[in-house]
Design a protein around this ligand. Structure first.
Ligand code: GLA
Length: 333
């Protein structure tokens, strides 16, 4: 691959390459095995952690990881062109949109690139999961269920009167993993005895703090008599948006319990000098997702060992202001 051509492709496609060292990417010998790692939201520490553990796998096995940010469909397809041009043999991807699955696979297949998905599963044209593409993901329903269980336990610990309490469930139902986490959480709350008619769902327009904040604000104004809130959402940023909205509408920290999912995205919040309504987060295993997904791709490319079609990562721990440093350290994060 000639450097000039590659740079032209990169410029035309407008892709974002965040390789630790671009010179390693452009300058290394063509004998080096290169594998891509494409993520939809590189601003989330979750994905940065996956990247860094993918690189650990690269160091261990001796391949190069090409890290790329793919926030939309166009950038994703362009990134695949660039990867192929660089001589890469495959990639791991967390797609910006599950419905891109068929287009991503068509392009990857046209270049003979192998694909392993992580976190979010591809959907086919009929909206069904593309179960033949290898996937590494968290146990969404179970981890969601744990969120609901922990919220209820903390509500009881605070001695709240359930009749004056509301559950704000910020949803993103078009993303299967999000829908399953939130449904799991609501199920746990219902099974624990929380009144179903005080569980309010509101969809977010975008999976980030501003999107969740807007959604939460629109919900809060509809229920002015609720005295305390529990916040349910598919990840830390969603729950953080919900908590920020309660603050904006005058709820004190002790009147709000938010428990996120991802853990690594909650570190700044949990490190704040005084407690907020964001009580804690469930920390799954971004380290395992990053390492295992690209390790299986490597064995597939190198030794023709087919990856498992579905690896579900169940490991999860609740981190709060009291234990987050220790728990992150235990995982080497
Ligand atoms: C989805 C979410 C991310 C993270 C991963 C983990 O992709 O958008 O924030 O929770 O799942 O699997």
């Amino acid at each position: 691959m000639k450097l000039k051509k590659l740079l032209t492709i990169a410029a035309l496609s407008g892709f974002t390459m965040l390789s630790a060292s671009a010179s390693a990417f452009f300058g290394s010998s063509d004998d080096n095995l290169r594998l891509g790692y494409l993520v939809k939201q590189p601003e989330e520490p979750w994905f940065q952690t996956e990247w860094s553990f993918a690189e650990k796998a690269g160091e261990q096995y001796g391949f190069e990881v090409i890290k790329m940010a793919v926030p939309d469909g166009e950038k994703t397809l362009n990134a695949i062109d660039t990867l192929a041009a660089s001589g890469a043999k495959g990639f791991v991807i967390c797609t910006p949109d599950p419905k891109l699955g068929p287009a991503i696979m068509a392009k990857a297949n046209s270049y003979g690139l192998k694909v392993v998905t992580v976190d979010d599963q591809f959907l086919n044209a009929k909206g069904e999961p593309m179960a033949d593409v290898p996937l590494v993901m968290m146990a969404a329903s179970e981890i969601g269920y744990r969120q609901g269980t922990e919220l209820y336990a903390e509500m009881q610990k605070r001695g709240w009167d359930a009749s004056q309490t509301g559950v704000m469930a910020i949803t993103a139902d078009e993303l299967d993993t999000a829908r399953r986490r939130v449904d799991g959480s609501i199920k746990a709350l219902q099974e624990a005895g929380f009144p179903t008619d005080q569980i309010y769902r509101v969809p977010t327009k975008s999976n980030d703090i501003p999107g969740a904040l807007d959604a939460a604000n629109s919900l809060l104004v509809q229920y002015p008599t609720v005295k305390q809130w529990m916040v349910v959402g598919m990840n830390d940023n969603t729950v953080l948006g919900g908590v920020r909205a309660t603050e904006g509408q005058g709820f004190a920290a002790e009147k709000v319990i938010g428990i996120g999912i991802n853990g690594v995205d909650a570190v700044n919040e949990l490190a704040k000098s005084s407690a907020t309504g964001f009580y804690g987060s469930l920390l799954p295993s971004p380290d395992v997702h990053g390492f295992k997904s690209i390790e299986s791709l490597y064995h597939w490319v190198k030794d023709d060992v087919q990856p498992q079609k579905f690896v579900e990562v169940t490991d999860v721990v609740l981190i709060t202001r009291d234990n987050f440093r220790d728990e992150l350290e235990k995982k080497g994060l």
